[in-house]
Ligand binder design. Structure first.
Ligand SMILES: NC(=O)c1ccc[n+]([C@@H]2O[C@H](COP(=O)([O-])OP(=O)(O)OC[C@H]3O[C@@H](n4cnc5c(N)ncnc54)[C@H](OP(=O)(O)O)[C@@H]3O)[C@@H](O)[C@H]2O)c1
Length: 200
């Protein structure tokens, strides 16, 4: 039987990465297997992924050497950043850059970069209808991800840019409550009243 291709998954104990790891492990016919990256291989979530069949390895997105080790031998890498852990666009860029460099170093054949639009393409900094934040952003966690697309492109990585928009399990406990209420009453995909307010 052919050896399974390894997909190294950043954020494996989280929403996006966790969903991917479980989907890979559930599909026995895909020819793929999951390597779960976590900062703590001994956490309950990490151990659970191990018990499902994932290879669990230690890595931090701000430690490029740990990423290089974790991506080594992998066919693919799923890359995601963690804006809500620090609220810093600079850290988003640093993490994305480290993952892109590690993927290049490891010779990964397919990178999925979980990104969002750089809103400044549509609302330039000169447009005062939206405030400019920290001197150079309109929407911090969108613009920094969109800006990081360039790093993957410039390194010549075979990359797919995944734009996840909004997912129901994401965000804070408060937005999760709003999501649950809204999806129960409206169905997915119709959270806004068209004027920027969240319907409850
Ligand atoms: N919520 C939404 O609707 C939505 C929509 C589009 C995009 N996004 C973006 O999605 C991203 C968050 O993804 P998510 O929802 O999957 O995250 P999440 O569920 O909050 O999980 C984050 C996971 O990342 C790991 N992590 C945190 N810091 C790390 C670091 N320095 N190095 C390595 N791993 C680290 C943690 O695992 P360990 O503790 O095991 O290391 C944690 O389990 C954000 O950048 C956000 O902007 C969210």
């Amino acid at each position: 039987m052919a050896e399974k291709k390894i997909i190294a998954v950043v954020g494996a104990t989280g929403a996006q990465g966790g969903g991917l790891v479980r989907a890979i492990l559930k599909d026995g016919s895909s020819g793929l297997t999951a390597r779960a990256l976590t900062r703590d291989v001994n956490s309950d979530k990490a151990k659970e992924l191990g018990s499902l069949g994932a290879e669990v390895v230690a890595a931090d997105v701000y430690d490029v050497e740990s990423l290089k080790r974790s991506f080594q031998g992998a066919y693919g890498a799923f890359c995601v950043t963690f804006f809500w852990a620090h609220f810093s666009p600079e850290k988003e860029l640093a993490g994305a850059t480290a993952m892109a460099r590690a993927a290049k170093h490891a010779g990964v054949e397919h990178v999925i970069w979980s990104t969002l639009e750089d809103t400044r393409k549509w609302v330039p900094l000169s447009d005062n209808r939206m405030p400019t934040l920290i001197g150079k952003y309109k929407v911090l966690h969108f613009d920094s991800k969109g800006e990081a697309d360039r790093v993957f492109t410039e390194l010549g990585l075979p990359a797919t840019f995944l734009l996840t928009s909004f997912y129901w399990t994401g965000g804070s406990p408060e937005t999760r409550t709003v999501s649950r209420l809204s999806s129960a009453t409206l169905g997915p995909g119709d959270l806004s009243n068209g004027q920027g307010s969240i319907l409850e």
